[in-house]
Design a protein. Sequence first.
Length: 31
Amino acid sequence: MHQVLDLGINLLHANQHQADHNREHFDAWGA
């Protein structure tokens, strides 16, 4: 069960990182 929790946290962290990455691109395009 602990492994599943870690996996969920890793996915949430990855999604947040992707969101930050996308925001950088949007800023670069002046959106």
